[in-house]
Design a binder for this molecule. Sequence first.
Ligand code: ADP
Ligand code: MG
Length: 290
Amino acid sequence: SVPAAMASGLSAGARRGLLIKGGAALEEIGTARTVAFDKTGTLTEGRPKVTDILPVQGMTEVDVLTLAAGAEQGSSHPLAKAVLAEAEARGVAAPQVSEQAAVPGKAVTATVNGRKVSVGSPRHAAEVGASLGQLAEAVARLEGEGKTAVVVVADGAPAGVLALRDEPRGDAVAGVAALSRLGIRSVMLTGDNARTGAAIAKGLGLDVKAELLPDDKLREIGALRSSGSVVMVGDGINDAPALAAASVGVAMGGGTDVALETADAAVLKDRVTGVSELVSLSRATMANVK
Ligand code: ADP
Ligand code: MG
């Protein structure tokens, strides 16, 4: 019977760490034309590390790191955690910090040791009138290496650049290739800049839409849905709206309970290959139903 076939599909998934909320989601996943992946924490480990610090003339690496760590204090953004870890590893003295604020998808700002500081994308630095000048070439080179370059601006002028690298998950290439064999196109959605996004996407073998603000991600999913069913894969923590906007939202990893509240399915243990397994399970189940 149909309910029996669905129930056995759901339980077969659960045994392999693939949680599916119900029959409707199980049926739809197999019809996906496109899988949209969030980058940070989904296709990548989500634990970026500081790889380079480039001060402008007259500043030291420690000066730049002190301002950056001050502004990032208390932020839970993965880039903030990386900057704070680097400052701690180098024994940087804690500065005086006040008036912290986040500019979502762009930067953090704060007053650090009496100076107005922002740490964020090169585009954000340009928007606030801090021309990169001598740093522009270095930013382009770092981004071409798949690193995220953030600009530390102090009192309206660049103080330096930090580069951070977030390694792709070990099975990300295999996970994308498996979807491709099932006839499904994969695309990476990221707030990161176009050059960094392109470098990472090239290594993983999928398409990319970069420089997306949170609302842009929703719009991209809407656009993709005009050509068929779209599965969105994210970590379920800061991408709940995108998961909800997709035909099927799939949460990856860790905070399973929270994730399943917003998503239609979850892959436990951060396996990118779990997404193609969900598709195969759906198709096998529906073949039994018919
Ligand atoms: P993603 O889509 O990769 O998760 P976000 O939307 O969180 O990226 O951020 C997009 C970009 O904005 C980052 O690549 C970075 O340049 C900048 N940014 C956002 N928050 C911060 C922060 N706390 N510190 C430094 N840069 C930030
Ligand atoms: Mg994010």
